[in-house]
Design a binder for this molecule. Structure first.
Ligand code: AKG
Ligand code: FE2
Length: 331
């Protein structure tokens, strides 16, 4: 894994001020970042009025590695208070950044939430939580969070994933690996393009594991589009051992290639990592949680981009394990 720098988009002071003022105004009006239809509507109106400069910073990912870092937001380590001990107790901690992320997400596309995850909030808190150290979810710490497509099990998954950093005293890196940086044999691409294995819902979803009304759909790992390759990959939730030997070997070679091209991005407060969820798998290195109110703390938003054609049409027939993605703004 390399620590090669991700492309940076530096927000200018004008754009930072514009965002800050807008987020504070909305927070003052509603008193919370908990999303109501009224708050979401205000977010949409506000994002509509943003300057071209700010909009330009939010343009689509335009590099082959499939990601960028937006830099320059102000985060005051004292003012944000203690790192919450888990998403369930986070409440309005860092609420102005929830709204900031929602505003940015709304410029980039349509933010989504999941009924079954973090109480249906549009912005999630990613913090290490006691008892979850070894889980394959954002709440873990001591284990490697394996590279994955966010919400890979679902046809309504995000096109863009945003991770905004509140605090990261131990410089714990997020990992990112782009499919277009890999080199794979044509034969492997051919095999991995076939729908052979399902991807099951991850442990962060209430209720989805018990979903047994229909068989899990087999989905392709790779998908070739006019603009290039995309992937849908989550080995921790894929029963790879059920495939034949040739498929398993190709899958392992893809895993090895993703590891080879993986970059480590250690976010600093005020930075927002944006990854294209069709091009990049992300994860996190293992770390030791502090559990003293100063732990690493990220805010996460997921965004769908209307009109993108980066996925197989057959996804429209998937049941999504009974989970529904809620869109912030009507189409
Ligand atoms: O903690 C991180 O850097 C990434 C965690 C993750 O996979 C996520 O929040 O989706
Ligand atoms: Fe993730």
């Amino acid at each position: 894994m390399s620590t090669a720098a991700a492309p940076v988009r530096q927000l200018d002071p004008h754009a930072v001020g514009e965002l800050r003022q807008a987020a504070e105004k909305i927070l003052a009006e509603f008193g919370t970042s908990a999303t109501s239809p009224q708050l979401l509507e205000r977010v949409a109106q506000t994002a509509d009025s943003f300057s071209d400069g700010l909009r330009h910073h939010c343009r689509p990912v335009d590099a082959a590695d499939g990601l960028f870092v937006l830099r320059g937001l102000d985060v005051d380590d004292e003012a944000i208070g203690r790192t919450p001990s888990g998403w369930a107790t986070a409440g309005d901690s860092g609420a102005v950044y929830d709204i900031t992320l929602l505003l940015l997400a709304t410029v980039m596309g349509n933010p989504i939430a999941w009924q079954g995850q973090q109480d249906g909030r549009f912005v999630h808190n990613i913090v290490p939580s006691p008892g979850h150290e070894t889980a394959q979810t954002g709440a873990s710490s001591t284990v490697l969070l394996s590279p994955h497509t966010e919400d890979a099990f679902h046809p309504g998954r995000a096109h863009l994933l945003m991770l905004g950093c509140m605090r990261n005293h131990d410089n714990i890196a997020t990992t990112a690996a782009g499919i277009r940086m890999t080199r794979l044999a044509d034969e492997d691409i051919d095999i991995l393009t076939r729908p052979v294995l399902p991807i099951l819902p991850d442990d962060a979803y209430d209720g989805a594991q018990g979903y047994a009304e229909q068989a899990p759909p087999a989905v392709p790992t790779l998908f070739a589009t006019e603009e290039g390759m995309t992937l849908r990959f989550d080995p921790a939730y894929t029963p790879v051992e059920e495939a034949d030997d040739a498929y398993q070997a190709a899958y392992r070679r893809l895993e090895a290639e993703l590891a080879r091209v993986s970059v480590a991005v250690s976010l600093s407060p005020g930075e927002v990592l944006v990854v294209d969820n069709d091009l990049v798998v992300h994860g996190r290195v293992p770390f030791q949680a502090r559990y003293d109110g100063t732990d690493r703390w990220l805010k996460r938003a997921s965004v769908r981009v209307p009109g993108r054609r980066t996925r197989p049409l057959a996804e429209a027939d998937e049941h999504g394990y009974g989970q529904a993605a809620l869109e912030a703004h009507a189409g």
